[in-house]
Design a binder for this molecule. Structure first.
Ligand code: C5P
Ligand code: ZN
Length: 508
């Protein structure tokens, strides 16, 4: 606990220097403040927190949302920045590209000042133990804020929006009311990976802020897949084992009927966990515990695996997507991934009218696309296996903006759609650019066994002689690969993952 607070203190001191750097530079110059942020829920939450902060401080700003800070994009941004006299904040990306940013922004005569608030592994850093981290940190004060500089794990303990929140609170402590949005971002990045899906590290400090400000409540919920029909979600749950129900979706269906759970929504769609009311969930949970007792299964084990933490936003309308962190983050994600990023930013900044309404409409469409994609991907032969990885192509069904979401969903599925012991690589063509967008995901277990996808992607790019930027976190990373190099790249990923597994096995 003390260690976390020591590192938090160091992080906060750096954020103070960053604040001074930003405010002094803006005061001395006539620069326009521009925020560039990532299109996922964490990136949009980051943008919303920064936007709200500068709006309250009456500092004019503009926000732009990007798919990723790719090389080509950086060159374009640098040109715009010089022409447009800008101060740039990069949120939820920038660390993985910081050398490119230095090259294109600072070495130029015009010198464009920028600030990075990011939680990804920095460029050329392979893991959190990498000895180069300290040097990168020292060389980049005050303009580069990254949790790895302070021994904080950016993959699990703080997100981009968490950093923006801490920064915002340093600018004005009244911004504590933005703490729920920081947790929306952390949830979007699946950082609630503590026991029962709780937050750990700095995220738990942010949660404490939100609870103390009476903005969030922690409640219990069922641990089943929220995307499967509820009978299948229970039958194929990896969390619990119930003789007679596990592995058998038709007996599970009968079990649910005896409890009185309807299997269809009024619109005829099959119900998932997301569709159940709190009271239905309570009924299911108590009947499952009763069922387990009949088979003399320790009720503590069942309860531990059956119940997870969910976080309720107390000021939001009950039953709306915004009432629960996970659903809120999904709404933002759906905005970002269907070319409606500005709606997500507006909602994060507090719009509950037009932007929220439009985002809800968009969500219906987005869910249809996701559900189509998930049905389609389960057809024979779509998921291909190599020795150490598995991969799939989005073809004309999964767009490049959605490939990461589908890869994440498959990664969390435990019903056998994918082989959970191998990382999964989703590849979707971005036709206009002649590249595949790659999204790689691995389970916690696979990461604990030594797999680091950020490192694997960077090494595979280099082995394939590609100079694209790539990276992310050990369990989730991405890049782009020219269409004609995809097979070579995947083969090299397979090779690197094999090495990562063997290195850990050898050292065991
Ligand atoms: O794009 P995708 O969702 O697959 O990315 C997974 C993770 O890797 C995200 O956190 C993303 O920000 C990060 N990433 C990165 N650099 C890239 C591509 C993705 O840091 N070039
Ligand atoms: Zn993030």
């Amino acid at each position: 606990m003390n260690e976390v607070s020591d590192s938090l203190q160091l992080l906060i001191e750096s954020l103070r220097l960053a604040k001074k750097f930003l405010l002094d530079t803006l005061e001395k110059s006539n620069l326009n403040l521009n925020i560039y942020t990532h299109l996922d829920a964490d990136g949009l939450s980051s943008g919303a927190i920064l936007g709200k902060t500068f709006l309250r401080k009456r500092i004019p700003f503009q926000i732009r949302v990007l798919k990723q800070l790719e090389k080509e994009e950086i060159i374009k941004l640098a040109k715009d920045a010089i022409d447009g006299a800008k101060f740039i904040i990069f949120s939820d990306f920038g660390s993985g590209q910081y050398l490119e940013l230095i090259n294109h922004f600072q070495l130029d005569e015009a010198q464009v000042p920028f600030l990075i608030l990011d939680h990804h592994l920095p460029q050329e850093v392979s893991n959190k133990e990498d000895p180069n981290i300290e040097k990168i940190h020292q060389d980049s004060i005050p303009w580069h804020i990254n949790p790895y500089f302070y021994g904080i794990d950016g993959s699990t303990e703080i997100s981009g929006s968490g950093l923006c929140y801490l920064f915002s609170k340093i600018i004005d402590k009244k911004n504590v009311d933005l703490s729920p949005i920081a947790l929306v971002g952390a949830t979007g990045d699946i950082q609630n990976r503590g026991s029962n899906h709780s937050f750990t590290g700095i995220n738990s400090y942010i949660l404490k802020d939100a609870i103390e400000a009476d903005l969030i409540d922690e409640v219990d919920d069922l641990s089943f897949s929220p995307i499967k029909p509820i009978n299948e979600a229970i039958a194929y749950s990896n969390n619990i084992n119930l003789p007679g129900l596990t592995g058998n979706s038709s007996t599970t269906l009968k079990f649910l009927k005896t409890i009185g759970i309807l299997m269809e929504n009024p619109d005829g769609n099959i119900r998932t966990l997301n569709d159940l009311t709190q009271s239905e969930k309570r009924d299911i949970s108590s009947k499952i515990i009763e069922y387990a007792l009949k088979y003399e299964i320790d009720p503590d084990i069942i309860t531990q695996n059956l119940i997870i933490n969910r976080y309720i936003l107390k000021n939001e309308v009950v039953g709306s997507e915004l009432h629960e962190l996970k659903e809120f983050s999904k709404l933002l994600n759906s905005c970002g991934r269907s070319e409606n990023a500005s709606l997500g930013i507006a909602i994060g900044m507090g719009d509950r009218r037009i932007a929220y309404q439009k985002a809800q409409e968009n969500l219906v469409e987005y869910r249809k696309k996701i559900s189509n994609a998930l049905n389609w991907i389960q057809k024979d032969g779509k998921i291909k296996e190599m020795d150490y990885i598995q991969y799939f192509y989005g073809e004309d069904v999964i767009a490049d903006t959605m490939i990461g979401t589908i890869a994440s969903m498959l990664n969390f599925d435990r019903s056998g759609i994918i082989n959970n012991i191998k990382p999964i690589f989703g590849c979707s063509k971005r036709e206009t650019k002649g590249v595949y967008k790659i999204s790689a995901r691995a389970s916690n277990k696979v990461v604990a066994e030594g797999v680091n996808l950020s490192e694997a992607i960077r090494k595979a790019l280099s082995l394939s002689n590609l100079d694209e930027l790539g990276g992310g976190h050990p369990p989730a990373a991405g890049t782009v690969v020219p269409i004609d190099k995809i097979e070579l790249f995947l083969k090299n990923c397979d090779k690197i993952i094999k090495e990562q597994r063997h290195i850990t096995n050898d050292t065991k």
